[in-house]
Design a protein around this ligand. Structure first.
Ligand code: NDP
Length: 284
C-alpha cells in the first residue's frame, strides 16, 4: 500500500521560516530580538545535544538565546533563584528548563517557579490547566507539533478514533487533550493497558509516546491509519529508533512519521513559535 511519509524536517522548516518572519517584524517594531533563556543542570549528553540544537534554532530564526548551565550538584534553590531573576528580566521572553533535572531536585517545584507567561514549554500547572479547559496561550511543544503534523498531512481529525500510547504530563496527556479538542474520540493507553493491539486496530490516528523501540508493528495497525511516532529510543549501536517499527508499519499505515526526522524537528520549531508568541504577548 502506498503510504505518505510525513516529513517533519520539511514541515518544521516551514514553521521556522514563518517564525523568522515574525521575529524580524518584532525587531523592526520594538528594536529588540525575542530571547529564550535555557536552564541546563547536570551533564546528561542527550540534554546537552538538545540545548545546543535549541540555541542553534534561535539563531536561525533571528532570536537571542542565553544558557544557564549548572553542575549536577546544583541546589534546587539556586535553580529557582535563577528562574525568579529571569522572570523579572524584561529582556527574556521565554524560559525553558531542560529535563530531566538531577534526581535531588523537584521538577514540580522548578516548573512551578517559571512565570506562566514565559513558560514556552507549556509545563506550568496553570498552562496545563488552561489547555484542559479551553486551550492555553503556550502549549507543550511536542504535542502541538504532533497535531500540526497530522493537520499538514491531511488527517481528518473530527470524528476519528485516536489512540495515544503514553500518559506522561509532557506528551501523552496533553496530546490527548489536543486531539479531543479536534473532536477525535480519544483512548489513552499505558503500560497497564491490556491488549494494546485491540485498541490500535480501531485507530484512525495513532500517537505513540511510550519509549519502547519498535514496539508497534504493522500487524497491530488499522489499514490507512495516520501514525505519529514520538518515541526516541537510543539503540546499542548508537542509532535512534522510534516506538514504531517503520518497515512493517509503512505497509499498513496511510501516513507515518519517520524517526529521526519526524516529531523531533517539530518540537524545536514549536518551541521557537512559543517563544515568539510569548514575546508578542509581553509587548502587547
Ligand atoms: P514517559 O516515560 O514519561 O512515559 C512513557 C509512557 O508510555 C507512560 O505513560 C507508560 O505507561 C507508557 N508505556 C510504557 N511502556 C508501555 C507499553 N508497553 N505499552 C503501553 N504503554 C507503555 O516518557 P515521555 O512521555 O517523556 O516520552 C515518551 C517517548 O517520547 C520517549 O521515547 C521520549 O524520548 C520521547 N520524546 C520525544 C520527544 C520529541 O521531541 N520527539 C519529546 C519528548 C519525548 P505508565 O504511565 O503506565 O508507566
Amino acid at each position: 500500500m502506498a503510504y505518505q511519509l510525513i516529513d517533519g524536517k520539511a514541515i518544521a522548516r516551514e514553521v521556522r521560516i514563518e517564525v523568522k518572519r515574525r521575529a524580524n517584524e518584532f525587531f523592526i517594531n520594538t528594536g529588540v530580538k525575542p530571547k529564550l533563556a535555557v536552564i541546563l543542570a547536570g551533564d546528561n549528553p542527550a540534554s546537552q545535544v538538545y540545548v545546543a540544537s535549541k540555541k542553534k534554532a534561535c539563531g536561525w530564526v533571528g532570536m537571542e538565546s542565553a544558557s544557564y548551565e549548572f553542575p549536577s550538584s546544583v541546589s534546587e534553590k539556586e535553580i529557582i533563584d535563577t528562574i525568579y531573576a529571569l522572570n523579572e528580566d524584561k529582556s527574556v521572553n521565554g524560559i525553558l528548563v531542560q529535563l530531566p533535572l538531577p534526581k535531588h531536585i523537584s521538577e514540580e517545584n522548578v516548573l512551578r517557579a517559571v512565570s506562566k507567561d514565559k513558560d514556552v514549554d507549556g509545563f506550568h500547572p496553570m498552562n496545563a490547566g488552561e489547555l484542559m479547559r479551553k486551550g492555553a496561550n503556550l502549549e507543550p511543544c511536542t504535542p502541538a507539533g504532533c497535531i500540526y503534523l497530522l493537520k499538514k498531512a491531511g488527517a481528518l481529525l473530527s470524528g476519528a478514533n485516536a489512540v495515544v500510547i503514553g500518559r506522561s504530563n509532557i506528551v501523552g496527556k496533553p496530546v490527548a487533550m489536543m486531539l479531543l479538542r479536534e473532536n477525535c474520540t480519544v483512548t489513552i493507553c499505558h503500560s497497564k493497558t491490556k491488549n494494546l493491539k485491540d485498541y490500535l486496530q480501531n485507530a484512525d490516528i495513532v500517537v505513540s509516546a511510550m519509549g519502547r523501540a519498535r514496539a508497534i508493528t504493522g500487524d497491530m495497525l488499522k489499514k490507512g491509519a495516520y501514525v505519529i511516532d514520538v518515541g526516541i529510543n537510543r539503540m546499542e549501536d548508537g542509532t535512534i529508533a522510534g516506538d514504531v517499527d517503520f518497515e512493517s508499519a509503512k505497509e499498513v499505515a496511510g501516513a507515518i512519521t519517520p524517526v529521526p526526522g519526524g516529531v523531533g524537528p517539530m518540537t524545536i520549531a514549536m518551541l521557537m513559535n512559543n517563544t515568539m508568541i510569548a514575546a508578542e504577548k509581553q509587548y502587547g
